[in-house]
Design a protein around this ligand. Structure first.
Ligand SMILES: *Cc1c(COP(=O)(O)O)cnc(C)c1O
Length: 493
């Protein structure tokens, strides 16, 4: 299987090479040459398999040059870091309503599912493509990718990792997780700006010939742990398959039945993985794209116009506070019938004027596969509180956005199919907001809020949170947006 750039000017590469590279040289994103198919018979063969076995089967469809045995052992090792070695357990909360809990990994967010495996995929990708240089993984984070990537790559030989996060755009707990990170190959820097600023800066570094040359002189090559990297995306495809199979096993659905997935969306990586699963043949009816008040995607799905010239809101669901959803480029590429020139033109328009539009045919296609809506701050608080009252289940603010949109979806369309909401983070990463929602008095200190949350909900405080308290802060640097290049060069000095 070869990988091509959405913008067409980069030669086709093997999976390993595309993963090692992260972003195509023309600024485009790597996509598979075609969607490999998974038949119903193959799905049936995956029943009663472990998550790691299912992951291996799905991944192998794309990573054709990877050794299957090695891939399996890497998956087993990665997913042993999750509670019960299951990164995606399903909880049924109501008739035809399910929550897929993706937050039982080392850093309590769904990013762990991919980032526990990415170090192996990258190392192997470098080996396969003969890359001998040291790898510098650059990460822009809206809060959760940073910590998950740091945990995945810390103390890995031959790799350094540098994380940029928006100085005022993450929760206190997320900040504590990142700034106390251990490991001798890591660096964490706060940037004055929002996530889009961080992501734009990182992308600029990737496509800067001068910086890449300067790094190469020091025998360093860049790679990415953001979902622009196919190596991040691929492991996320698996849990859509696994959820479906789990529901077949437990008798909730029959093999071949269609179901919906509802995804709290920011950079469009998670939901795009669902779209890939659908294109591979998984019986998915609708993919529901849930946004917070930064509802640029909701508007895009309604009108076909993508326009980032709008107010940016800081919300309770900071990991979705994004206006430039990078992975949408991969979908725009599909909607144009894989036309690289059209995709490139649209992305150039986005860069120049902050907007672009897709045509009627593209919009029609979009609405066949997706439903999109958003949830504002007030509705998010209400959803956390209502859901806790009704089911005794505590939602984090991102998942609450998705549950609220799932309810709208059911109400407006009359859809009655089994619907799975992807739960992307533990409520303990956002203690102040969750406490506020369920009526506790909010303290300034995030750890105090965690204790209060425990006393109100009896939901145990995860060890990953308890052990953070009192941990020494190693990284205090705050830089301007235009100082990211300099920070990178200093780090590799
Ligand atoms: C990253 C993140 C999201 C958004 O996922 P995308 O792949 O960027 O769309 C949603 N919720 C949480 C908790 C996240 O960390």
């Amino acid at each position: 299987m070869k990988f091509i750039s959405t913008r067409g000017n980069d030669s086709a590469l093997s999976a390993g090479h595309a993963i090692a590279k992260g972003l195509a040289s023309d600024g485009g994103l790597f996509v598979p040459e075609y969607f490999p198919q998974v038949t119903i018979t193959e799905l049936e063969e995956m029943l009663n398999c472990s998550y790691a076995e299912r992951a291996t089967k799905v991944l192998k469809k794309f990573l054709t040059e990877y050794d299957e045995k090695e891939l399996l052992s890497a998956c087993e090792k990665a997913y042993s870091k999750f509670e019960d070695s299951d990164p995606a357990p399903i909880v049924k909360t109501d008739e035809n309503f399910y929550i897929m809990e993706l937050f039982h990994g080392p850093t309590l967010a769904f990013k762990d599912v991919a980032l526990t495996l990415l170090p192996y995929l990258l190392r192997e990708g470098c080996n396969q493509s003969g890359i001998k240089e040291e790898i510098l993984v650059l990460v822009a984070t809206s809060g959760d990718t940073g910590k998950a990537a740091l945990e995945g790559f810390k103390n890995q030989p031959g790799v350094k990792i540098m994380v940029f996060f928006p100085s005022e755009g993450v929760s206190d707990m997320q900040k504590a997780q990142m700034t106390t990170q251990d490991g001798d190959n890591v660096n964490v820097v706060a940037v004055k700006g929002n996530f889009d600023d961080c992501q734009t800066a990182v992308k600029r570094i990737f496509s800067s010939k001068e910086i890449n040359l300067e790094l190469l002189n020091k025998s360093v090559k860049l790679s990415s742990a953001n979902s622009i990297n196919f190596g991040r995306l691929a492991p996320q495809i698996t849990y859509y398959f696994s959820a479906y199979l789990d529901m077949c096993e437990s008798g909730e659905i029959n093999m071949g039945d269609k179901i919906n997935f509802v995804v709290p969306t920011g950079n469009f990586g998670n939901i795009l993985a669902g779209y890939y699963a659908k294109r591979m043949g998984l019986p998915i009816e609708k993919l529901v794209c849930a946004s917070n008040s930064n509802n640029v995607l909701t508007e895009f799905f309604a009108s076909g116009d993508y326009d980032i010239n709008r107010e940016f809101f800081k919300t309770m669901s900071p990991s979705m506070d994004i206006l430039i959803s990078s992975n949408l480029e991969r979908l725009v590429f599909e909607l144009s019938n894989r036309d690289c020139a059209i995709t490139k033109a649209r992305m150039d328009q986005l860069k120049q004027s902050g907007k672009y539009s897709i045509d009627e045919a593209g919009l029609e296609k979009l609405n066949e596969e997706f439903y999109a809506d958003f949830c504002d701050e007030e509705d998010c608080l209400n959803e956390i509180s209502d859901f806790f009252e009704e089911y005794g289940y505590v939602l984090d603010p991102h998942t609450a956005v998705a549950v609220s949109v799932a309810n709208n979806f059911k109400r407006y369309t009359g859809d009655e199919l089994p619907t799975v909401v992807l739960s992307t983070a533990s409520p303990y990463k956002f203690t102040q907001s969750v406490l506020k929602a369920i009526g506790g008095k909010v303290e300034k200190d995030a750890f105090l809020c965690a204790e209060k949350l425990y006393s109100l909900t009896a939901m145990p405080v995860p060890e990953q949170i308890r052990s953070l308290k009192g941990k020494e802060r190693r990284f205090n640097k705050v830089i301007e947006r235009n100082e990211t290049e300099k920070a990178v060069l200093e780090f590799v000095k």
